[in-house]
Design a protein around this ligand. Structure first.
Ligand code: SAM
Length: 332
C-alpha cells in the first residue's frame, strides 16, 4: 500500500494557471450577458463550500448518487473487478461518495490503485490524507493528482496492463453544454484503451420545482458558493467586487435544458480589476451567469454514449429515478 500526492498544476497551462484564469475572467465579464465558467469556483475554499452543498437535504444530485452507489456497489464490483483494475476519478472533490465503492472493494479483498484527479489542490490533498488515515493497513494504493483532467491522465500513462475504470461523478458532466460533453467524452475515449470503463453521474430532467429547491437552499449555501467566486477574483486579480452588492438565484431554463445560477448586481456599479487594469460596468440587476448544470433525458445519454464511441453496460438509478449512474465500456 502507498499513499502519495503530486501537484502537477505548475508544470503546464491548466485552468488554475494565472493566464487561463485571467483570460476566462476577462472574456466572461466582457460578453453580454456576462458569464463565468464554473471551474473557476473550485479553489480550496470553493471545494469546501461544495462539500457543504453535497450535505444539503435539498441537493438531490449528491443524495441520489450516494444512494445508487450504496445500493448497487456489488453490481459495480462484479462489472469492474474481472481483471486487475485501477480507479481513476476525474474531479474527485472530497471523494465521499467514492468511499462507498473503495470500502466495498477492500471488504472484498480486491487489489487496486485509486487515482483521484482534481484541479483543487486542497481537495486532493485532504482526500489522500483522509484515505491514508482510514486504509493504511489495506491493499490499496492511492496516487492523488492536483491537475487538470487530461494533464492528470497523461501523467499517469494509461497502459494496457490493467483495466482503467474512470469515475466522473457528481453530475460534473452537466457543467458542460451538450456538444462540449460529447467532445470531452470523445477525447477521454481516445486516451483510454479498448475495454476500459467509465462510470458517469447524470442528473436527470425532473419537475422544475424540485430543481429549483436543489439550487436555492434556505440556508444560503449555494449563494455563499457562488459569491465566493467574487472573493477569488478579488484575491487573485486585485479586483474590488463588494460581495453584499450581489445576490444569487438559480433556475431551470427550458431553452438550454440546464439549471443556471446567476449573481445579480443589486445596483449600478463599476468594478475595477487592478492586475489587468480593466473596469467592468454593471447595470442594476444585471446578471453574471456562474453555473450551468445540464439536465439529461435517457435518450440524450444513450445518444451521447453511442456517438462518443462507448457501449452502455448498465444504467443504475435511485428509487426516485432522479439520477443515473451509467457504466460505459470503451469500444475501439
Ligand atoms: C461538481 S464537483 C463534483 C465533485 C465530486 N466528484 C462529487 O461528486 O461531489 C466538480 C469537481 O471537478 C473539479 N474540476 C472542475 N474542472 C476541472 C478540471 N478541468 N480538471 C480537474 N478537476 C476539475 C472541481 O474542482 C470539483 O472538485
Amino acid at each position: 500500500m502507498s499513499f502519495a500526492y503530486y501537484d502537477l498544476r505548475s508544470e503546464s497551462i491548466t485552468p488554475s494557471s494565472d493566464n487561463q484564469f485571467t483570460q476566462a475572467i476577462v472574456e466572461g465579464l466582457s460578453r453580454y450577458p456576462k458569464r463565468l465558467p464554473s471551474w473557476l469556483i473550485f479553489d480550496d475554499r470553493g471545494s469546501k463550500i461544495f462539500t457543504e452543498i453535497t450535505e444539503l437535504e435539498e441537493y438531490h444530485p449528491a443524495q441520489c448518487e450516494l444512494e445508487i452507489l450504496h445500493t448497487h456497489k456489488q453490481v459495480i464490483t462484479d462489472i469492474v473487478s474481472k481483471d486487475r483494475f485501477r480507479i481513476i476519478e476525474l474531479g474527485a472533490g472530497d471523494g465521499q461518495k467514492t468511499l462507498v465503492l473503495l470500502t466495498h472493494f477492500i471488504q472484498n479483498q480486491l487489489k487496486f490503485t485509486y487515482v483521484p484527479i482534481d484541479i483543487s489542490e486542497g481537495a486532493v490533498k485532504n482526500l489522500v490524507t483522509s484515505l491514508e488515515a482510514q486504509f493504511s493497513d489495506n491493499e490499496m494504493s492511492v496516487k492523488g493528482l492536483a491537475a487538470d483532467y487530461f494533464d492528470g491522465l497523461t501523467a499517469i500513462g494509461l497502459n494496457k496492463d490493467q483495466r482503467n475504470i474512470v469515475l466522473f461523478l457528481g453530475s460534473t458532466i452537466g457543467n458542460m453544454e451538450l456538444p462540449e460533453a460529447g467532445k470531452f467524452l470523445r477525447k477521454l475515449r481516445s486516451a483510454l484503451n479498448d475495454g476500459d470503463y467509465v462510470i458517469i453521474g447524470f442528473d436527470l430532467m425532473k419537475h422544475p420545482k424540485i430543481l429549483y429547491s436543489a439550487y436555492n437552499d434556505p440556508m444560503g449555501v449555494f449563494e455563499k458558493f457562488n459569491l465566493h467566486l467574487l472573493d477569488i477574483i478579488n484575491n487573485r486579480l486585485g479586483a474590488n467586487f463588494t460581495k453584499h452588492h450581489y445576490v444569487q438565484q438559480g433556475q431551470y431554463n427550458p431553452r438550454t435544458h440546464a439549471v443556471e445560477s446567476y449573481l445579480y448586481s443589486t445596483r449600478k456599479q463599476v468594478v475595477s480589476i487592478n492586475a489587468i487594469e480593466k473596469k467592468f460596468s454593471f447595470d442594476a440587476w444585471e446578471p453574471i451567469q456562474t453555473e450551468h448544470s445540464y439536465k439529461y433525458t435517457h435518450h440524450e445519454i444513450e445518444t451521447l454514449a453511442t456517438n462518443s464511441g462507448y457501449a452502455i453496460v448498465k444504467n443504475l438509478f435511485d428509487t426516485n429515478y432522479y439520477f443515473m449512474n451509467s457504466i460505459w465500456e470503451v469500444k475501439k
